[in-house]
Design a protein around this ligand. Structure first.
Ligand code: NAD
Length: 523
């Protein structure tokens, strides 16, 4: 059932399992974004003055709030994203809790001012330090598919580092957005320090126009490009977490029982609507037949249904146009010689957005299924001669988010992981690194740039400042005025002392080089 009359200034919250609108949420007028960013900036200057320990204490409060309201949160995630409740708990709620836990314990140490040892003789009398300042106001623009894990996992390190955040959650998940705002407010964060704004492209664009100090964007390649252009016009730095086309490489020595379960789960979890979905599966010829049969057998046993039914394994796609897209991808693959081994059809009797988990073999690089992000429950398989061919095929993609290799030989897995063009490679697991707080997440090429999560993700939220304390405050520096032939000779001696190599050259030039330090500047 589709919504009939949706008020213009509100966002409908639609259940993808039924197509029903069950609530409306107020849209933030785009005209208010400038003012919202301005107020966030004012609040940030006070927030940043709090000792980091106090900011982290608030994160512990946040973790308690998330834990206490996990059932309500999981219900909202299921209702708006369609995923089975187990996935809401294991992915969204877990990542949100773990991020609060991890950064409440580790942000202080990670952002502690640290010493930078100097190797050069010219800099030995100086003490170097790295300090980390907050950026100011960070704009977070999020996708709908992990409506809690993604925004909360970015807001937490941003505020721990002393920033204010204006976050636009997806227009597909307004209830989750409203709940995020409430969680932070209830945990005692000033309301202007974590502000959620609601709306679609127009509000996202207005948020960037409001001149935040950084934009953390998660979404599709097309929108990412528009966001990057808008940021470039204002010289706003950005992190872009875009689509993926992750390869899974199954070597002949893999445990096929485990690898086939991984292939099935990794292709259909969240109905395949995961940036880290296994979208291109390469299996070595020697085990292909057995492996594919296992995948088909396991896929046929999966139960498709609404996420609020505990027996559902695979939920609906998010909107009807996504169902149409799956059919188009299947048709394209069939017309180019692929084989649908199971699934391949919509399931309208279950609801408007259901599509069967589908195994397709004989897929190759000529097909849309291997070129474009699938973002749906299709396990697309290509049989390859050997690992070398698998790596070459896997790397032949504009996307480069993550990949996985399946082998009993860990050393070989490590070796091959280094050959893959990806931001992360898992050996004998897939996707789950996203839930490891220490693991940086992000890709290159069409998958975007920058990182979230881990120390690298935290450093995206700060401005690095080098502080140099000179140990000889009563001395003029040798390289200052006035110049002359004698200083030129001394400079050359210094270069030879420093870079000629060998103890002889050092000894020969030490005296002349030292002269540069103890000369009369004559000014
Ligand atoms: P989307 O690009 O449609 O929307 C993402 C966000 O951008 C939404 O909040 C949307 O309202 C907003 N937006 C749209 N137009 C905008 C504009 N012109 N200016 C500013 N904001 C704008 O993506 P989606 O459908 O929500 O999410 C699915 C995509 O996200 C997939 O491609 C998926 O792979 C990707 N994704 C990537 C990661 C990652 O970490 N790399 C994680 C999750 C999802």
């Amino acid at each position: 059932m589709a919504a009939t009359a949706i008020p213009i200034d509100t966002l409908p919250s639609i259940d993808p399992a039924t197509g029903e609108v069950y609530a409306h949420f107020e849209t933030t007028p785009a005209s208010q974004l400038q003012d919202i960013v301005f107020r966030a900036r004012n609040a940030q200057s006070e927030w940043a003055k709090l000792p980091i320990r106090e900011r982290c204490a608030k994160l512990r409060g946040l973790r308690e709030r998330i834990m206490a309201s996990r059932n309500e949160l999981a219900d909202a995630v299921v209702r708006e994203s369609g995923k089975p409740r187990v996935e809401a708990l294991f992915a969204d709620i877990f990542v949100a809790l773990d991020s609060a836990e991890y950064w409440s314990r580790n942000a202080e140490n990670a952002l502690r001012t640290r010493r930078v040892p100097h190797h050069s003789t010219a800099a030995k009398a100086k003490s170097g330090y790295l300090a980390y300042d907050p950026l100011g106001v960070i704009a977070i623009i999020s996708s709908w598919n992990y409506p809690l894990a993604i925004p909360i996992g970015q807001i937490i390190p941003a505020v721990a580092a002393g920033n204010a955040v204006v976050c636009k959650t997806s227009d597909f998940t307004p209830q989750c957005g409203a709940l995020i705002e409430k969680l932070f407010a209830d945990a005692g964060f000033p309301k202007e320090v974590v502000k959620i704004v609601q709306g679609g492209a127009e509000v996202g664009q207005a948020l960037i126009d409001g001149s935040p100090d950084k934009v953390m964007f998660t979404g599709s390649v097309g929108t990412g490009r528009r966001v990057a252009e808008a940021c470039a016009k204002k010289l706003i730095p950005s992190v872009l977490e875009l689509g993926g086309k992750d390869a899974m490489i199954v070597l002949a020595d893999a445990d096929l029982r485990v690898a086939s379960s991984a292939a099935v789960w990794g292709s259909y979890t969240n109905c395949g609507q995961v940036c880290l979905s296994l979208e291109r599966l390469f299996v070595e010829q020697a085990v292909a037949q057995e492996f594919i049969a296992l995948c088909v057998g396991k896929t046929k046993k999966l139960r498709v249904g609404p996420g609020n039914n505990p027996s559902s394994d695979v939920g609906p796609l998010i909107r009807p146009q996504h169902v149409r897209r799956m059919m188009d991808l299947v048709d394209d693959a069939l017309s180019r010689g692929a084989n649908v081994l199971c699934g391949g059809s919509a399931r309208p009797e279950l609801g408007p957005n259901f599509f069967e988990p589908t195994v397709i073999s004989a897929v190759d690089a000529s097909m849309k299924l291997f070129q474009e992000e699938t973002f749906g429950p299709i396990l697309a398989i290509q049989v390859v001669k050997d690992a070398k061919e698998a790596i070459a095929q896997a790397n032949d993609s504009p996307f480069a988010l993550a990949a996985s290799i399946w082998t009993r030989n860990k050393a070989r897995g490590m070796e091959l992981a280094k050959e893959l063009r990806a931001g992360a490679v898992m050996v004998n697991d897939a996707i789950s690194y996203f839930g490891i707080a220490e693991a940086p997440h992000g890709g290159c090429g069409a998958s975007g740039w920058g990182r979230t999560h881990g120390q690298a993700g935290l450093l995206e939220m700060v401005r690095m400042k080098y502080i140099d304390i000179d140990g000889l405050p009563r001395s003029e520096k040798p390289w200052w005025y006035r110049y002359g032939a004698e200083l030129e000779r001394a400079a050359d001696a210094f270069l030879q002392f420093e870079f000629s190599g060998g103890i002889g050259a050092k000894l020969r030039n030490a005296r002349s080089a030292m002269k540069t330090f103890f000369r009369d500047h004559g000014l």
